[in-house]
Ligand binder design. Structure first.
Ligand SMILES: Cc1cc2nc3c(=O)[nH]c(=O)nc-3n(C[C@H](O)[C@H](O)[C@H](O)COP(=O)(O)O)c2cc1C
Length: 326
């Protein structure tokens, strides 16, 4: 059910992707999810104007890519020239693919007439895509939603225009902007995009189990899936999906979860430094312990601790406690 796809000249054997997620799909998380075999990982959304203005925070988010796996850097903005310049900068910094964000529903972004707001202006969205495609030699992809609202489901026409100006792959989150994250993603509605384009198409939204992957592919007719929240606290889910498609079997969760978490923690502290890294890591640790015995108490206590070594020994004690409680 999963065949290799080509994004321009980049061949992806198993199109199971890590979604771009601001505040989450940073370098340490991308490295981790990629180690479980993700076909492609996406950066956090990068504001194009901040990028060309060399904002320190934005440059950190778009750290030069020096890994041996492909990276899609996602850009947001509304000015074709600025988007083109930011795309070129990211190409020079090692990005393998530039992804354009036409899906972000967050008010702050929409107010700047970027993200999903551009679904309402197909001409400008097309100018942006054209400018970015012309500016770089690497493939350019696009991620969007079904439309602005239920009365304006224009993803098929926007995606057709994307194909015409040289976009190489499209991801659709099966919701409208108006839905934000409410309700359930409509994978069947993605099929209208399938019928409109012949580019590789990726289905996204609410994919959290292997049955979801199968249903999303079957209902949408997409070539692959992109998973966001389903990887939070369980980056190994991607490996389980891959394993299922390779062998037909559902792999168990890894039995070295504690080592995986400790390594992820170290990578976050390394990447951000202690002052920033400790608070940033908290949400990941909170996800990792979800559903475990004593998780609430652990989270409350861990959120007060500032010293990384103490956090790590708390984690070790917590996991040892799970074995004893079992
Ligand atoms: C915390 C968070 C941050 C996100 N940031 C981005 C982003 O930067 N760019 C983007 O295109 N989508 C972003 N998204 C949307 C996801 O990429 C994805 O489309 C959405 O979460 C639905 O997929 P899921 O149900 O697998 O999470 C974000 C989602 C979440 C939950």
């Amino acid at each position: 059910m999963l065949n290799p796809i080509h994004i321009g000249d980049i061949k992806i054997d198993s199109p199971v992707f890590l979604a771009p997620m601001s505040g989450i799909s940073d370098l340490p998380f991308r490295d981790l999810v990629q180690s479980f075999g993700a076909g492609l990982v996406f950066s956090e959304m990068i504001a194009s104007r901040e990028m060309i203005n060399h904002s320190a925070e934005t440059l950190r988010m778009s750290t030069p890519h020096n890994r041996d796996y492909p990276l899609a850097v996602q850009l947001a903005g509304h000015d074709p020239e600025v988007m083109a310049e930011a795309a070129k900068m990211n190409e020079d910094r090692g990005a393998s693919i530039i992804d354009i964000n036409f899906g972000c529903p967050v008010k702050k972004i929409v107010k700047k007439y970027a993200g999903s707001a551009l679904m309402q202006d197909e001409d400008l969205a097309t100018d942006i895509m054209e400018a970015v495609v012309k500016a770089v030699n690497i493939p350019v992809t696009m991620k969007t939603r079904l439309g602005w609202d239920a009365e304006n489901l224009n993803a098929p026409s926007l995606c057709k225009r994307a194909e015409d100006v040289g976009i190489k792959m499209i991801t659709i989150h099966g919701r409208t902007r108006e839905q934000m994250y409410n309700g359930h993603a409509d994978w069947t509605a993605i099929r209208k995009v399938r019928d409109a384009i012949s580019l590789p198409l990726i289905a996204n939204g609410d994919i959290e189990t292997i049955d979801d992957v199968k249903a999303a592919l079957q209902q949408s007719g997409a070539d692959g899936v992109m998973i966001g929240r389903g990887t939070q606290g369980r980056p190994w889910f991607i490996k389980q999906v891959m394993g299922y498609f390779q062998s037909g079997e559902v792999l168990p969760k890894p039995d070295n979860q504690l080592d995986i978490i400790l390594n992820h923690y170290d990578a976050m502290i390394d990447h951000y430094g202690e002052g920033k890294g400790v608070p940033i890591a908290r949400k990941h640790l909170a996800w990792y312990v979800t559903g475990m015995h004593g998780a609430n108490e652990f989270r409350a206590e861990m959120n007060r601790v500032k010293d990384p070594s103490t956090v790590k020994s708390m984690l070790c004690d917590f996991f040892e406690g799970q074995i004893l409680a079992a």
